[in-house]
Design a protein around this ligand. Structure first.
Ligand SMILES: [Zn+2]
Length: 230
């Protein structure tokens, strides 16, 4: 059934971090945020990360993977070879922005690298790194995805997602998907989802520190069940 489903449905995939063992260098985001006005009722405020993406390398490894994850799964940094490959493949829904690096004042590259001092040191002299910025957004078919949104505040219309069926695939409302290879699902905030073509390219090229996981499929328009084309 799994194979059949893959053939007839327009599957999509989520990108996640692979290495948690210091095989590749880890970085932490250090960008500036701008806070949106606070809701007078619930006192919550959302914040927006300002460009550029600023990262601070962590200790552990000095090898930069093809993918780096400075803010859980919300921010993606890729190497020049990944950018070139995605551009050459003509993938849509994605833009590349430059990445800035900072290092705590007073820290200096040691003369002899020890295990404890392993990290990427500035000045950085390698090929440029790029921040993946997704430019295409779509909506989830909540019912088909086994989820619902519960209002949390009547003033700012903040909502919380309830997952009724954790095993359910994510279903995107076909009428909201622009056909892009890279997209975000508004209900899932900044998580990055990709088409089968992107998955194929990532696997063929063997890009490091990224895992491509099946997450769901693009449904037919208006939230109806996808038609089985057999
Ligand atoms: Zn509120």
């Amino acid at each position: 059934m799994g194979i059949l489903r893959n053939l007839v449905m327009n599957m999509f995939y989520g990108l996640t971090r692979k290495d948690f063992n210091n095989v590749y260098a880890h970085a932490l985001m250090s960008s500036t945020f701008v806070e949106e006005p606070r809701c007078p009722k619930c006192k919550m405020a959302s914040r927006k990360r300002m460009p550029p993406l600023v990262i601070d390398w962590d200790y552990g490894s000095s090898i930069i993977g093809d993918f780096t994850w400075p803010q859980v799964l919300d921010e993606l940094v890729v190497t020049e070879r990944v950018k070139r490959c995605f551009v050459e493949s003509g993938f849509t829904g994605v833009r590349f922005e430059s990445v800035e690096m900072i290092q705590k004042r007073g820290l200096k590259r040691p003369r002899k690298e020890s295990k404890a001092s392993k990290r990427v040191w500035l000045p950085y002299l390698g090929p440029p790194l790029w921040n993946i910025v997704v430019t295409s957004f779509c909506n989830m078919d909540l019912a088909q995805s086994g989820r619902s949104l519960i209002p949390e505040c009547e003033n700012c219309s903040r909502k919380r997602m309830i997952v009724h069926d954790p095993a359910s695939p994510l279903v995107v409302r076909g009428d909201t998907w622009e056909g892009a290879d890279f997209f975000c699902i508004r209900e899932m905030y900044n998580l990055v989802f990709v088409s089968k073509e992107v998955k194929q390219v990532i696997e063929e090229r063997g890009f490091t520190n990224v895992e491509v996981k099946e997450r769901g499929y693009i449904g037919e328009s208006n939230g109806a069940l996808p038609v089985q084309k057999l």
